[in-house]
Design a protein around this ligand. Structure first.
Ligand code: ZN
Length: 147
Protein backbone atom coordinates (compact mmCIF):
# COMPACT_ATOMS: atom_id res chain seq x y z
CA UNK A 1 0.00 0.00 0.00
CA UNK A 2 1.27 3.47 -0.85
CA UNK A 3 2.15 5.77 2.02
CA UNK A 4 1.88 9.54 1.62
CA UNK A 5 3.36 12.30 3.74
CA UNK A 6 3.70 16.05 3.81
CA UNK A 7 7.15 17.34 2.87
CA UNK A 8 8.86 19.08 5.80
CA UNK A 9 10.09 21.74 3.47
CA UNK A 10 7.33 22.61 0.99
CA UNK A 11 4.42 20.94 2.87
CA UNK A 12 3.44 19.29 -0.38
CA UNK A 13 2.09 15.74 -0.39
CA UNK A 14 4.47 13.09 -1.63
CA UNK A 15 4.52 9.32 -1.95
CA UNK A 16 7.04 7.65 0.38
CA UNK A 17 9.45 5.35 -1.44
CA UNK A 18 9.05 1.84 -0.03
CA UNK A 19 12.84 1.49 0.22
CA UNK A 20 13.10 4.59 2.46
CA UNK A 21 10.24 4.40 4.94
CA UNK A 22 11.66 7.31 6.98
CA UNK A 23 11.55 9.73 4.06
CA UNK A 24 10.52 13.18 5.33
CA UNK A 25 10.98 15.30 2.21
CA UNK A 26 9.56 15.15 -1.27
CA UNK A 27 12.03 13.95 -3.86
CA UNK A 28 12.91 17.42 -5.15
CA UNK A 29 13.63 18.71 -1.63
CA UNK A 30 15.60 15.56 -0.86
CA UNK A 31 17.78 16.30 -3.88
CA UNK A 32 18.31 19.85 -2.61
CA UNK A 33 19.32 18.57 0.82
CA UNK A 34 21.73 16.08 -0.70
CA UNK A 35 23.31 18.81 -2.84
CA UNK A 36 23.64 21.09 0.20
CA UNK A 37 25.25 18.33 2.29
CA UNK A 38 27.71 17.51 -0.47
CA UNK A 39 28.50 21.19 -0.94
CA UNK A 40 29.12 21.59 2.79
CA UNK A 41 31.27 18.47 2.98
CA UNK A 42 33.43 19.68 0.11
CA UNK A 43 33.66 23.16 1.63
CA UNK A 44 34.69 21.71 5.01
CA UNK A 45 37.38 19.72 3.26
CA UNK A 46 38.79 22.51 1.12
CA UNK A 47 38.24 25.75 3.07
CA UNK A 48 40.04 25.99 6.42
CA UNK A 49 38.38 29.33 7.35
CA UNK A 50 34.96 27.82 6.77
CA UNK A 51 35.96 24.76 8.79
CA UNK A 52 37.16 26.89 11.72
CA UNK A 53 33.99 28.97 11.62
CA UNK A 54 31.82 25.86 11.65
CA UNK A 55 33.80 24.35 14.54
CA UNK A 56 33.55 27.59 16.51
CA UNK A 57 29.83 27.90 15.82
CA UNK A 58 29.14 24.38 16.98
CA UNK A 59 31.32 24.81 20.09
CA UNK A 60 29.36 28.01 20.88
CA UNK A 61 26.10 26.17 20.37
CA UNK A 62 27.21 23.37 22.69
CA UNK A 63 28.21 25.95 25.31
CA UNK A 64 24.76 27.56 25.08
CA UNK A 65 22.97 24.18 25.13
CA UNK A 66 24.99 22.06 27.54
CA UNK A 67 22.13 19.66 28.32
CA UNK A 68 20.88 19.14 24.77
CA UNK A 69 22.45 15.74 24.13
CA UNK A 70 21.85 14.52 27.65
CA UNK A 71 18.13 15.22 27.41
CA UNK A 72 18.02 13.98 23.80
CA UNK A 73 19.44 10.65 24.97
CA UNK A 74 16.95 10.50 27.83
CA UNK A 75 14.05 11.11 25.44
CA UNK A 76 15.39 8.67 22.82
CA UNK A 77 16.58 5.49 24.50
CA UNK A 78 16.58 3.72 21.13
CA UNK A 79 19.12 6.22 19.85
CA UNK A 80 21.40 5.32 22.76
CA UNK A 81 21.14 1.61 22.02
CA UNK A 82 21.74 2.04 18.27
CA UNK A 83 24.65 4.37 18.90
CA UNK A 84 26.23 1.89 21.30
CA UNK A 85 25.86 -0.89 18.72
CA UNK A 86 27.40 1.27 16.00
CA UNK A 87 30.32 2.15 18.27
CA UNK A 88 30.85 -1.54 19.07
CA UNK A 89 30.91 -2.33 15.36
CA UNK A 90 33.39 0.48 14.64
CA UNK A 91 35.64 -0.76 17.44
CA UNK A 92 35.57 -4.35 16.22
CA UNK A 93 36.09 -3.24 12.59
CA UNK A 94 39.20 -1.39 13.70
CA UNK A 95 40.45 -4.41 15.66
CA UNK A 96 39.89 -6.53 12.56
CA UNK A 97 41.86 -4.10 10.43
CA UNK A 98 44.73 -4.04 12.93
CA UNK A 99 44.87 -7.81 13.11
CA UNK A 100 44.92 -7.92 9.34
CA UNK A 101 47.92 -5.61 9.11
CA UNK A 102 49.70 -7.46 11.88
CA UNK A 103 49.20 -10.80 10.15
CA UNK A 104 50.44 -9.46 6.83
CA UNK A 105 53.48 -7.69 8.29
CA UNK A 106 54.70 -10.28 10.71
CA UNK A 107 54.63 -13.19 8.27
CA UNK A 108 54.02 -15.49 11.22
CA UNK A 109 54.79 -19.14 10.54
CA UNK A 110 54.13 -22.24 12.56
CA UNK A 111 57.13 -23.16 14.69
CA UNK A 112 58.78 -22.90 18.10
CA UNK A 113 58.94 -19.46 19.69
CA UNK A 114 60.26 -18.01 22.92
CA UNK A 115 57.56 -16.05 24.69
CA UNK A 116 58.60 -13.35 27.15
CA UNK A 117 56.65 -10.67 28.92
CA UNK A 118 57.62 -7.25 27.58
CA UNK A 119 58.55 -5.91 31.00
CA UNK A 120 60.75 -8.94 31.69
CA UNK A 121 62.55 -9.02 28.40
CA UNK A 122 64.58 -5.91 29.25
CA UNK A 123 65.85 -7.29 32.57
CA UNK A 124 66.40 -10.97 31.92
CA UNK A 125 65.17 -13.91 29.94
CA UNK A 126 64.71 -15.95 33.10
CA UNK A 127 60.96 -15.93 32.87
CA UNK A 128 60.81 -16.74 29.20
CA UNK A 129 58.52 -19.53 28.07
CA UNK A 130 59.19 -21.72 25.14
CA UNK A 131 55.98 -22.21 23.23
CA UNK A 132 54.89 -24.00 20.12
CA UNK A 133 52.72 -21.84 17.85
CA UNK A 134 50.70 -23.34 15.09
CA UNK A 135 49.16 -20.99 12.54
CA UNK A 136 45.67 -22.18 11.89
CA UNK A 137 44.07 -21.63 8.55
CA UNK A 138 41.38 -18.99 8.86
CA UNK A 139 38.22 -20.16 7.19
CA UNK A 140 36.26 -16.97 7.69
CA UNK A 141 36.75 -13.36 8.64
CA UNK A 142 39.23 -10.80 7.35
CA UNK A 143 42.16 -13.25 7.22
CA UNK A 144 40.35 -16.02 5.38
CA UNK A 145 42.04 -15.75 1.99
CA UNK A 146 45.38 -14.41 3.24
CA UNK A 147 46.81 -17.19 5.37
ZN1 ZN B 1 9.15 19.36 -0.83
Amino acid sequence: MDVFRRCRSCKGRFKVRPQSPNQRYCSSHERQLTRRRLWQKERLRSDSDYRENQLRASADWRARNPDYWKSYRQKNPLYVVRNREKQKKRTSDRAGAKMDVWALDSDLRSGTYILTAVSNSLRSKMNAWIVQLTVLKATEGPLADRL
